[in-house]
Design a protein around this ligand. Structure first.
Ligand SMILES: Nc1nc2c(c(=O)[nH]1)N[C@H]1C(S)=C(S)[C@@H](COP(=O)(O)OP(=O)(O)OC[C@H]3O[C@@H](n4cnc5c(=O)[nH]c(N)nc54)[C@H](O)[C@@H]3O)O[C@H]1N2
Ligand SMILES: Nc1nc2c(c(=O)[nH]1)N[C@H]1C(S)=C(S)[C@@H](COP(=O)(O)OP(=O)(O)OC[C@H]3O[C@@H](n4cnc5c(=O)[nH]c(N)nc54)[C@H](O)[C@@H]3O)O[C@H]1N2
Ligand code: SF4
Ligand code: SF4
Ligand SMILES: [Mo]
Length: 896
């Protein structure tokens, strides 16, 4: 938004700025730097260091430029001798606190620059007891602290953790007293915001202190989750030495979580595989690329020869770039001749794409993260963003703290649930009754937006009929929730417009995953919360590029753009110069089922570990064992590779290639090469091209670089036709649909109309899961994630994150633990009808009685040994969130 500019005079010069701009910012816009120590664009002004005081005509006392808005006609002086003398004196006073020894700590810091500018030198000494070096990523030495308060404020205003405080005595910085002895044991989430803002290095990255300042910085996108934070990666002597947040990023706005900020150590892990390998007589042997690629290609060809094109398949990586995923599905369809191609969206948010697609016509998030600050109400359903999408989570928490109503629907009392206006805790697997009952209340109490329904939806009558049976009393009994609580939440959601829904795997990873998403979409339609800023239904997508890999066409029944085969096959055939396969393809789970039945003979697995991450690991193993060849393209020997791999092709990491990722709000952002591929590794693009060449499809994969691949994708998917690498480099990330080069991108979908004209309701009914507790298996196991580890922990497990929290744990209600005689840290065997695993117990009332929760990250736990074969009826997504289990204290302290 731009208004009429304001004009003022600064140091005798006329300058203009937008209304609402501070003097500090207005001067900066015109190249006038006013010194400051306590200000940071991420924070509200504090006016505590007073260095930015300026003279304003007509004011008796000089105000702080950071806290004074520019006004029409103002006359300002920023560097008078009096002001400069004052600044020098202030800095000299502060410099007395800074030790003369160890100048490296101050190197590159804003305070160092100020001291140099004003010709002041540090004159203090290290204070005993001021250093706290016990954290793996943060080195704290308060001898350097000048009490600017930035760390205290950023931890409060941005992250919301409130770890730091000033103690009364002497105004010294300290850990908040209620937090235990050290930083590592405190509630600190290791986001590193304090170290990033600290102007003196009193709180500093361990890696910066070890490696010194980087030689250069490269801007790229985080390789972990679908939030899509931007990173500035510092490099010295050919290695990553630090990562810092990007203040101008529209997604992360100068903030990162522990994974993006500190989780890059995997890149240099000593056990990273950087030589191609073949398994001979059960043993992996390094071979040349020629030999490995020949072996992989001939295994794929042999499988095709004996079983037809349907006997081969590709699992693409949602960790890799859009360009590589585009090539992976093209490789399956053109080089192998099969639609057997899928990605981890299958085990994740495929139900979101299906459910939102059915209702709205587009299966992606309707709105943007920026709408968090516009919403009148936030509803988080089956998602735990403060751990799994921490940058979104921190923003949601800040809004809730500022009084915006928050509804959380989750069986567990997550951090957000604990601060919610209403926390509804349904029994796992009962979203549908609950959401239908909310709709029932909204509809029958006359809270529906009838104008919206009449103008923009169809089938509302049959839908309304299907709601009648879902009284809060009936649903409450099934969900274990007080019917009045359902009514209160429904009324609040319907009346606090715009209301924004975020949802996660607690909705999708169920037998009725797609129906659950549809029920959310219906709620939004019913209340007219679609197509408006601050509203909508927004899946918090999982891996860094899962939105992208599905959107690029790594889906058996969809082509690039998630376009239906029928709808887009002609344009693809034309651009590819090849006919598309006739036979329908198999999804990720079906491919592995087919391997067990001998119908699938060879599988190419790119950056994905199905043996560890698919449900029912024993059955997955039996099925994978049926393959004749399994070609793995990864950074590490995954469990799948270790057990069944026949060829291993070492991939370059996301820090080692060019391309784009697509985040959960449909934003395409650049991925840039920070380092060359490690050792002999190659990009997925190069590997796919080399395989295609051996399969006789060289010409169709001869793109000189990632940008050329993107250019081809633009030709087959009109919604990205306006996005080019060059434009992304110029303007930053863009959200599709962006049909033309002059189109700004689309932050809010469905504003005027839906792709099919109207949105569509369908009646929904509840089918309970057979995974219900009984005498033999009295507990209902729920599984998911924790902050410090990412999925199969292939990457985070090779960083120092494991020093911050135990790897995996079983959250168990303290009463259940007591009944079983279990204390914190005791191993417990978890048995289901399908298998068993052992994990240490963490008694906590975050979970309810009878509903333990396990994180599934580490190989040591192998939680998926116990999960079952249930799948979402529409998409086949596994029912990871409910498994009936029994718990057995075990003397065997060796957790598998
Ligand atoms: N730190 C970290 N971040 C990650 C990941 C990681 O491994 N670690 N993985 C990434 C990936 S791939 C994904 S897909 C996302 C997933 O992010 P989320 O969707 O947040 O993932 P989960 O923790 O698996 O599950 C979310 C919540 O669903 C709740 N739940 C279970 N059953 C039900 C139910 O029946 N109803 C309701 N309403 N809630 C239920 C659980 O209690 C849990 O709190 O995170 C991404 N980000
Ligand atoms: N019990 C239970 N199980 C679950 C879930 C659950 O909630 N509960 N959640 C499910 C979900 S949502 C998901 S998404 C899956 C995740 O399961 P996976 O996809 O198997 O997990 P990741 O750890 O993300 O594995 C990604 C792999 O990609 C590799 N990699 C990273 N970058 C690149 C690259 O650029 N190129 C290549 N070639 N490789 C790369 C990494 O080394 C790693 O081996 O787990 C599922 N399993
Ligand atoms: S530790 Fe750094 S950011 Fe925090 S008050 Fe001291 S100087 Fe300021
Ligand atoms: S929130 Fe996600 S994208 Fe952002 S830094 Fe953390 S892991 Fe990376
Ligand atoms: Mo996921």
């Amino acid at each position: 938004m731009t208004g009429t500019p304001i004009r003022l005079r600064v140091n005798g010069r006329d300058v203009a700025t937008q209304p609402g701009t501070t003097l500090l910012e207005a001067c900066r816009q015109h190249g006038i730097e006013i010194p400051t120590l306590c200000s940071d664009p991420r924070l509200k002004p504090a006016s505590s260091c007073r260095l930015c005081e300026v003279e304003v005509e007509g004011r008796d006392r000089p105000p702080c430029a950071c806290a004074t808005l520019a006004e029409e006609g103002m006359v300002v002086e920023t560097h008078t001798p009096a002001l400069e003398d004052f600044r020098r004196a202030m800095l000299a006073r502060l410099a007395e606190r800074i030790p003369v020894e160890d100048p490296a700590r101050l190197a590159g810091k804003p305070f160092r620059e100020l001291l140099d500018t004003y010709g002041v030198a540090p004159s203090g000494a290290r204070r005993p007891g001021a250093r706290h070096p016990e954290h793996p990523y943060l080195d704290v030495d308060l001898s350097w602290c000048v009490a600017c308060g930035r760390c205290v404020r950023i931890c409060d205003e941005v992250q919301g953790q409130n770890i730091w405080t000033f103690t009364g005595r002497g105004g010294d910085l300290a850990l908040a007293p209620e937090l235990s002895p050290g930083l590592r044991e405190s509630a600190c989430v290791s986001c590193g915001a304090c170290a990033d803002t600290c102007p003196t290095g009193a709180i500093e990255d361990v890696s910066r202190l070890a490696a010194g300042l980087p030689d250069h910085w490269v801007r790229t996108t985080c390789p972990y989750c679908g939030t899509g934070c931007e990173l500035d990666v510092g490099v010295a002597e050919g290695r990553i030495t630090e990562v810092r947040p990007v203040i101008a990023s529209p997604v992360s706005r100068g903030h990162l979580c522990v994974k993006g900020r500190y989780g890059w150590g995997f890149n240099e892990a000593p056990d990273r595989i950087t030589e191609p390998m073949l398994r001979r007589h059960g043993v992996w042997e390094p071979v040349s690329w020629e030999e490995a690629l020949d072996a992989a290609a001939s295994a794929l060809r042999a499988a095709q020869a004996s079983g037809g094109p349907e006997a081969v398949g590709v699992l693409a990586s949602s960790r890799a770039t859009n360009e590589e995923n585009y090539l992976a599905q093209k490789f399956a369809r053109v080089a192998l001749g099969t639609h057997n191609v899928d990605c981890c969206a299958r085990v994740c948010h495929a139900p979101s794409a299906a459910g939102l697609g059915q209702a709205f016509g587009t299966g992606a998030a309707t709105n943007s993260y920026a709408d968090i600050e516009r919403a009148g109400l936030l509803m988080v359903v089956g998602a735990n963003p403060t751990e799994n999408h921490p940058i979104v989570g921190a923003r949601l928490r800040q809004r809730a703290r500022s009084g915006v109503p928050l509804i959380v629907i989750d069986p567990r009392r997550t951090e957000l649930a604990a601060m919610a206006t209403h926390h509804l805790a349904p029994r796992p697997g009962t979203n549908l009754p609950l959401l239908q009952a909310m709709a029932n209340v909204i509809f029958l109490e006359g809270l529906a937006d009838m104008a919206f329904l009449g103008a923009r939806t169809r089938n509302q009558e049959t839908y309304a009929d299907s709601l009648r049976a879902w009284t809060p009393e009936r649903a409450g009994a099934l969900c274990g929730i007080d019917p009045e609580a359902i009514r209160r939440a429904a009324r609040l959601y319907a009346t606090a417009k715009p209301a924004m829904i975020f949802h996660g795997l607690g909705v999708t990873e169920h037998r009725q995953g797609t129906d659950g998403v549809a029920a959310l979409a219906h709620l939004a339609l019913l209340t007219g919360n679609v197509g408006i800023p601050g509203g909508g239904v927004n899946p918090l997508r999982g891996q860094n590029n899962v939105q992208g890999s599905a959107q690029m066409g790594c889906e058996p029944s969809r082509l690039t753009g998630y376009q239906k085969l029928e709808q887009a096959k002609e344009v693809h055939a034309q651009v590819w110069g090849a006919d598309l396969p006739q036979a329908p393809g198999l999804n990720a789970l079906q491919m592995i089922d087919a391997a067990g039945e001998g119908r699938l003979k060879a599988l190419l697995v790119i950056g994905y570990d199905p043996l560890l991450s698919h449900p029912g690991a024993r059955e997955t193993a039996e099925n994978l064992n049926g393959l004749e060849a399994l070609v793995v393209v990864d950074l590490f020997l995954t469990e799948t590779a270790k057990a069944f791999g026949t060829v291993f092709l070492p991939a370059a990491s996301p820090f080692e290639k060019e391309g784009t990722f697509m985040n959960g709000e449909r934003r395409v952002q650049r991925v840039r090469r920070v380092l060359p591929p490690k050792g002999n590794s190659r990009t997925d693009q190069a590997i796919l091209a080399a395989l295609a060449e051996r399969l006789g499809a060289a010409l169709r994969f001869a793109h000189p670089d990632a940008a050329a691949v993107w250019e081809e994708a633009r030709q087959v998917w009109p919604a990205i036709a306006g996005i080019s690498h060059a434009r992304l480099d110029r303007e930053g990330g863009l959200q599709w649909p962006c049909p033309a080069e002059d189109h700004p991108g689309t932050p809010v979908l469905h504003a005027g109309s839906f792709p099919e004209g109207r949105a569509s309701f369908r009646p929904l009914d509840w089918t309970p899961s057979p995974e219900a507790p009984d005498r033999e298996f009295p507990f209902l196991l729920n599984t998911g994630r924790s902050l410090f580890h990412f999925n199969a922990a292939t990457m985070t497990g090779r960083t120092r994150n494991h020093e911050l929290r135990a790897d995996d744990e079983l959250e168990l209600h303290p009463d259940d633990a007591a009944e079983l005689g279990l204390s914190a840290g005791d191993p417990v065997q978890v048995r289901s009808r399908h298998g068993a695993f052992t994990l240490r117990v963490r008694p906590t009332d975050r979970v309810r009685r009878g509903e333990p929760f396990a994180t599934f990250h580490a190989v040591a736990a192998y939680v998926n040994l116990a999960t079952g074969p249930g799948r979402d009826a529409v998409t086949g997504t596994p029912e990871y969130k409910v498994t009936a289990v029994s718990l057995h204290p075990t003397a065997d302290s060796k957790v598998r």
